[in-house]
Design a protein around this ligand. Structure first.
Ligand SMILES: [Zn+2]
Ligand SMILES: [Zn+2]
Length: 318
């Protein structure tokens, strides 16, 4: 009996053959030709605590279907899947600094991609310490890797993930579509080994600054950018945050010394004359009483361009 259209749809979705049947719709987006430039926020909460709601810091820039993952906090792999980024398409990874909320799931993400068919090289760029982290990740997962390679006929993932450590401001990599530049910015007590990134794409320039203390020099790095994605600390929310958790006194001191208040984020965006400002790495990122208007209010005192408060899985197309 020939299948009707509904049965064909079910079959095609179940078997991943949607493209074969020429079907359209969000459920089959992955089968459509990938073009364009967009940034997807995968995790928008600053800090290492895993909670419900916003996930920890992670992003992906997609340029004509090629993913550039930027920071790999806990939850990045699941969020990539939710964003309909095919894990075996992973290609470039950028890490700003070695705080766990930015790097904890890098190994797991590549491992997960390998387990579902990653076949090509992945280049990871990040601060000094990244090579050791990756080496030790593979060591801790040696048993599984060496079972699966012969059993499932897989290539050796340890040879596929190439790490290049960044030691100073300057060019990081130029692909056929994107030029990436690093800019050292202080994030006490990390003052040398912490970077913002600039992505120059065919559709525009994106600057990503997470994490950083207030650094007016960033305005020069970000001058004229189409999109400035900057971390944000909501000062009135800090005391409530430190009441909710245990290491409150040291946490407050760290937050104040190492991050950028919403008002200072507005100063950077204004001085840089960026076309759009996005606040992410929100601290506190798990307080529902802080509205988008509250996040933006102090920044608006200085910056009169459009401001967006990022949410997980939000996409911004250039
Ligand atoms: Zn962070
Ligand atoms: Zn940090």
């Amino acid at each position: 009996m020939p299948l009707d259209r509904r049965q064909l749809l079910q079959l095609s979705l179940a078997s991943g053959l949607a493209g074969t049947f020429g079907l359209k719709g969000s459920a089959v987006r992955a089968a459509e030709p990938a073009t364009g430039t967009k940034w997807i926020f995968l995790g928008t909460k600053g800090g290492p605590r895993v909670t419900t709601g916003r996930s920890n810091p992670a992003n992906v820039l997609l340029v004509d279907g090629v993913p550039y993952v930027v920071d790999c906090g806990p939850g990045v792999t699941k969020r990539l899947v939710e964003a309909k980024v095919e894990l075996p398409s992973l290609r470039y990874i950028f890490v700003t600094h070695m705080h766990s909320d930015h790097v904890l799931e890098l190994g797991n993400m590549v491992d997960s991609a390998w387990s579902v068919g990653l076949k090509h090289e992945v280049d990871a760029f990040g601060p000094v310490g990244l090579a050791a982290l990756v080496k030790n990740y593979w060591e801790s997962n040696k048993a599984d890797i060496e079972i699966r390679m012969p059993d499932e006929g897989k290539p050796d993932p340890r040879e596929m993930l190439k790490v290049k450590e960044i030691t100073n401001s300057g060019p990081v990599v130029s692909t056929d579509k994107v030029k990436v530049t690093a800019f050292r910015t202080p994030h006490p007590p990390i003052n040398e080994n912490n970077y913002a990134f600039k992505f120059e794409t065919p559709k525009g320039v994106i600057v990503y600054a997470c994490d950083t203390a207030y650094n007016p020099e960033l305005a020069k790095f970000a001058a004229g950018a189409d999109l400035l994605i900057h971390e944000a600390l909501y000062l009135p929310g800090v005391d409530a945050l430190t009441k909710r958790i245990k290491n409150a006194s040291t946490l407050k001191a760290h937050l104040m010394a190492s991050h950028t208040s919403t008002e200072d984020v507005g100063k950077i965006a204004a001085a840089a004359k960026v076309k759009k400002l996005v606040m992410t790495h929100l601290v506190p990122g798990d307080d529902p009483s802080i509205t988008d208007e509250m996040w933006m209010a102090d920044a608006k005192k200085h910056y009169d361009g459009p401001i967006v408060v990022a949410r997980d899985l939000m996409e911004i197309e250039l």
